[in-house]
Design a protein. Structure first.
Length: 272
């Protein structure tokens, strides 16, 4: 049995089919991990959600920022006028509501202790060890799955607070967890999140560093696969135990998979 993590899909079903062929994927034996951002930008968001949901326990996906953005926008009264054209088929489909509910119930963080891998869309704050990260992710997951999920989605987006504190409560706490797990790329020297810069590390201001290079990061001993940062990947930092596999399928780049069960993890890509 093989286990592959797949980078940000962004509604590119054709690239996914080519990648699965290249991997010789067998749904009866193999497993797929999706790092989030299943939807948006590409033409086939509806088909991608249907396909991945249809895989059942064969696939696990964590939520990305574009997935959450879809959930936020879809709940608004004028969603059909506001959504990007490529997302409209989701609202018009007979199974659209079921697919959105399925998406809303996806986790924010996934760990397989037997494989020795953790998957997140964007990153993990330096001050959280892995058990703490799972507890914080569970807070947001429970809020998104609860009866008050519309109110949670309504207040989810914003760039503050930038600092984590265990004293945070309510929407500020949930918003920080959201930004940390699904949006962060760079951090400042004091550990605060930077929500502005999206380029690669070589083009960043001197006072910023990638989240995974933070000194004393408490998840350093865990192997982490993530996406979200197309100007970074595909790239590996073995000394930091991180593998970024967003290779820009949303922008005409490649779609990348990482085999997780191999003795030496290896990447495989197909043109987007």
């Amino acid at each position: 049995m093989a286990t592959f993590a797949i980078g940000d899909l962004h509604g590119n079903r054709h690239a996914l089919e080519r990648l699965l062929d290249e991997m010789a994927f067998d749904p009866h034996h193999d497993r797929l991990w999706f790092v989030g951002d299943l939807v948006n930008r590409g033409p086939d968001s509806l088909d991608c959600l249907r396909f991945i949901r249809g895989l059942g326990n064969t696939a696990v996906t964590v939520l990305g920022n574009h997935d959450l953005a879809l959930l936020v926008q879809a709940r608004k009264p004028n969603a059909k006028e506001r959504l990007a054209p490529e997302l409209l088929p989701l609202l018009q489909a007979s199974d659209g509501e079921e697919l959105l509910a399925w998406l809303r119930h996806r986790p924010l963080l996934h760990t397989d202790a037997d494989l020795g891998w953790t998957m997140v869309h964007a990153g993990i704050p330096a001050s959280w060890d892995l058990p703490q990260a799972h507890r914080r992710a569970a807070e947001l997951e429970n809020a998104l799955r609860g009866s008050d999920h519309d109110a949670v989605l309504a207040g989810l987006y914003g760039d503050t607070p930038a600092h984590w504190s265990s004293a945070l409560t309510g929407m500020e706490r949930l918003r920080y967890i959201t930004n940390a797990l699904t949006r962060q790329r760079f951090i400042h020297a004091d550990g605060s999140l930077d929500m502005r810069h999206k380029a690669g590390p070589d083009a960043a201001p001197a006072d910023l560093m990638p989240w995974f290079l933070s000194p004393g990061r408490r998840s350093m001993g865990c192997r982490i696969v993530f996406g979200h940062w197309s100007t970074l990947a595909p790239k590996v930092w073995p000394s930091c135990n991180v593998w970024c596999i967003d290779s820009g399928a949303a922008w005409g780049g490649a779609l990348t998979a990482l085999r997780l069960d191999a003795t030496m993890p290896r990447m495989l890509s197909v043109p987007g």
